[in-house]
Design a protein around this ligand. Structure first.
Ligand SMILES: NC(=O)c1ccc[n+]([C@@H]2O[C@H](COP(=O)([O-])OP(=O)(O)OC[C@H]3O[C@@H](n4cnc5c(N)ncnc54)[C@H](O)[C@@H]3O)[C@@H](O)[C@H]2O)c1
Length: 341
């Protein structure tokens, strides 16, 4: 089983929780991150939670020399590749940057892995690649129809990884298509701290809750959903992290590519999420209804039977816990990682 794991984007939201989990399970961890959407302070917290050190290398995934230097210096057994730009709206405005970072960073990484004989990778894919569908739940067999450059970049990365595996028969790759990870570490030490204005609904609402932002704009109230707002499948970040550990443990079993959804199968509308977070905070969180955002779709809910059948993975945290943990983190860290707790 892999023991030293390179985690790209390890200072980010899902990456930091994953690093803590890996350290706690005796993996050695090397992080590469350019801190474009995070801060080194996140890695300080990871080490505080896990009680063990990790190695961090500040670098851009597009810097091939920097990646080569990491593989030369450290004996890496496997890679978990989180580093990417992830805001759908932004990707409509600066698509080439999204292809450059997400696709360019991935091909760079694969080149470097191949040059250094590293054959195992877990890749962060996204439910956004499915696009609009009439099905209530989306299985991995659903034909991807991405509706924005971010989602297209993720789908392209999956295909690039598949092609790399075809040329390199010893390679083993697992792509995990996450639905909507939310929540935070139960210690209150780790959470989602994006740089600048949050793009995702939970970190945005959490800033509304502590008075740093006025109200949430709910984009689209005329979708074909029970209350007209978009329906998503929210999954606790700890369940997503558990999926990554399971993936690492199963990378040895098969060569080639495998693909799994990571979601709960439960659809929650934006208004239902606002209500659940309001309950967690103990006060109604203000919102306004706004126009749909280009690139968004009405409903994305997972069928995660495949990963359950393969590895026994099932989400164990419900929406209430996700909201409670997100609020605990925000309460303990109203200004993110940089200010004193
Ligand atoms: N959070 C979600 O809702 C969600 C859903 C589906 C898929 N994903 C995918 O999961 C992965 C992690 O998401 P997250 O929510 O933790 O995002 P995040 O922005 O918190 O983490 C990404 C990390 O990558 C780093 N990074 C970005 N560009 C880089 C570059 N060029 N070089 C080095 N580091 C770079 C950022 O600084 C950040 O620390 C991403 O690939 C994202 O597309 C996220």
């Amino acid at each position: 089983m892999p023991r030293t794991v390179l985690v790209t984007g390890g200072a980010g939201y899902i990456g930091s929780h994953t690093c803590a989990e890996l350290l706690e399970h005796d993996y050695d961890v090397v992080v590469v991150d350019d801190y474009s959407n995070s801060s080194p302070a996140a890695l300080g917290r990871v080490q505080e939670v896990a009680g063990r050190p990790l190695i961090s290398v500040p670098a851009d995934m597009r810097d091939r020399r920097a990646l080569d230097a990491i593989f030369e210096k450290h004996s890496i057994d496997a890679v978990i590749h989180f580093a990417a730009k992830k805001a759908i709206g932004e990707s409509m405005n600066i698509p080439l940057v999204y292809y450059d970072v997400n696709l360019g960073g991935t091909t760079n990484l694969l080149h470097s892995m191949q040059r250094h004989g590293v054959q195992k990778i877990v890749f962060s894919s996204s439910c956004s690649i499915y696009g609009e569908s009439s099905r209530a739940r989306l299985s991995e067999d659903e034909e991807p129809r991405p509706t924005n450059p971010y989602a297209r970049s993720k789908w392209m990365c999956e295909q690039v990884i598949r092609d790399a595996c075809k040329r390199c028969p010893e390679m083993s790759a697992i792509s995990l298509r996450y639905f909507n990870p939310i929540g935070a570490h139960p210690s209150g030490l780790l959470g989602e701290v994006p740089a600048g204005l949050p793009n995702n609904v939970v970190p945005y609402l959490m800033q509304v809750a502590v008075g740093r932002l006025k109200r949430l704009s709910v984009f689209g109230s005329d979708y074909d959903t029970p209350d007209g707002t978009a329906v998503r499948d929210y999954v606790h970040v700890l369940d997503v992290v558990a999926g990554h550990r399971a993936a690492l443990e199963h990378l040895d079993e098969e060569t080639g590519t495998q693909l799994f959804n990571l979601g709960t199968g439960v659809g929650t509308s934006v208004l239902q999420l606002v209500a659940a977070l309001s309950e967690a905070c103990g006060r109604p969180l203000p919102y306004e209804l706004a126009d749909r955002r280009p690139g968004d779709v009405a409903t994305l809910v997972a069928d995660s039977d495949r990963i359950h059948r393969a590895w026994g993975w099932r989400p164990v945290h419900g929406l209430k816990e996700m909201c409670r943990d997100a609020w605990r983190f925000q309460r303990m860290n109203p200004r993110g990682y940089t200010a004193p707790r």
